[in-house]
Design a protein around this ligand. Sequence first.
Ligand code: AMP
Length: 200
Amino acid sequence: MLNIVIFGPPGSGKGTQSCRILEKYSLTHISTGDLMREEMAQDSALGEQIRKYINKGLLVPDEIVICKLNNTIEKHTDAKGFIFDGFPRTINQAILFDDMLDLRATPIDLVISVDVAEEELLKRLAGRSEDSGRSDDKEEIIWKRIDVYKSQSLPLVSYYSQQEKLVKINGMDHVDAVFGKISLAIDTYLEKQEVLTEVR
Ligand code: AMP
C-alpha cells in the first residue's frame, strides 16, 4: 500500500500531476473537490448545501467531506494505494485522517507539496476559468480560495514536515519537469523502503 497526499494552492497543478502519478504507480485517485462536484451535479439536498460553501470559496464542513472520503476509500478494497488530492486541507482534517488511516494500518507515506508563486496561480486560474466550467473559478472567489489556503491549509506544511513526510516541489516549471521531480521523490522513498525491508 502506498498512500500519497498531493498538496498545494488552487491552480498549482495538483489534479494534472495526480493523473500522472496514478498512471505510473497504479494508485487510486481520490479528489475531495471532485467528490463535492459530483454531489452538486446530482442536485441533491446535500449537493445544495455543498454549493453554498464552494461558491463562496469556503471549505465544506469536515463531517461532509470526511463521510464522502471514507465511503470512497471503502469502495476501493483492492486499491494498491491512494493519491489524495485536496485532502487534508486543515490541521483538524490531518489529525482525523491520521487516526482514520491508523485504524486501517495504512498511514500516509509521502506528502508532496507543490509550490507556485501567487501571481502565477492567479494567471493560471484566470486562464482556466474560461473553460473549466467551475462555478468557483471566478476572480473574487479565486482570491478567497487562495486566502483560505494560506490561513487554513499552509500550516499543514509544518505538520507533515514534523512527521518527516513532506517533500517540497517547485511547481513553476513545465508539467513534465514537475512530474519528473515528483517521480524522483516517490522512487527515492520506495527505494529507501526496500532497503529497510531487506535489513529487517
Ligand atoms: P478543489 O477541487 O480541490 O480545488 O476543491 C474545490 C472546493 O471543494 C474547495 O474550494 C472547497 O470548497 C471544497 N473542498 C475540497 N476539498 C475539501 C476539503 N478537504 N475540505 C473542505 N472543503 C473541501
